[in-house]
Design a protein around this ligand. Sequence first.
Ligand SMILES: Nc1ncnc2c1ncn2[C@@H]1O[C@H](COP(=O)(O)OP(=O)(O)OP(=O)(O)O)[C@@H](O)[C@H]1O
Length: 289
Amino acid sequence: MTTPTAPSSARPGTSAPSLRHAPALTFEAVTKRYRGTAAPAVDCFGATLAAGHVTVLLGSSGCGKTTLLRMVNRMVDPTSGRILLDGEDIADRNPVTLRRSIGYVMQNAGLLPHRRVIDNITLVPRLDGVPRDTARQRAAELMDMLGLASTLAERYPHELSGGQAQRVGVARALASDPGILLMDEPFGAVDPLVRRELQRELWRIQSGLAKTIVFVTHDVDEALALGDDIILLGEGAQVAQRGTGSELLQTPADDFVVRFLGLDDDARARRLRQVADATDVCPGAGAHS
Ligand SMILES: Nc1ncnc2c1ncn2[C@@H]1O[C@H](COP(=O)(O)OP(=O)(O)OP(=O)(O)O)[C@@H](O)[C@H]1O
């Protein structure tokens, strides 16, 4: 899903063009040790994530994926190390303004239950001082882009299906046109069909918007379907292997990678290669297309 430059005008189906610059994201020897725990949740993680690309952090439960994401928007501070956006240390940024400039999508959408869909989507732009009508206009464009009927705007979150709620969560994250989007297992709570549909939507949207996306999942198929770049993590966010889906499948670094991807099962290995091949030719997938 490589989309190196943002388009100058919207493509069909992506009616809200991105104006905000997508930054590169660098982790320099980042360690997080939570108080009272023996082992660090993240142990000296280093990587640069390319601007305008989708980087997938793939790994088992508890390996430190969420901790890595939450350090990017300063919901969690590193014990040591630095995190840089286009070379600028985020420790020097005001945490509130930093957070508002970064889109965040959670597993259960994280919508405010007592606010209507439209107010959930316009919340951050309104806090940033965007006039009400402008914010609502952009929200309507985003809802359209995400395949949400305009009639849903006045509903409350509990009146939505799981898939609709996740779409609203993505619209809300895009509402202030952030350059960077953090997605923490965003499609993990919906059924497999809806999940695949949401993955395709994200793919299509990203081909127009070219955000820097960090996408967390423990699902190998999802990583192969979405990642320009996949970082497979072991305990303490140790990098087991990094590469494109095809690279991981063709040249797994060691037994851990083989077992995690399931390449020791011939039928599964064949199926995963098909997923990776399909990703390479899927329309709307930027450089893959
Ligand atoms: N606030 C906290 N206090 C103490 N330990 C924590 C805290 N948050 C996370 N941890 C621990 O840090 C480690 C990494 O957790 P993290 O949530 O980052 O992993 P994860 O890979 O995102 O897991 P999952 O896929 O289950 O969400 C785990 O051992 C977890 O128990």
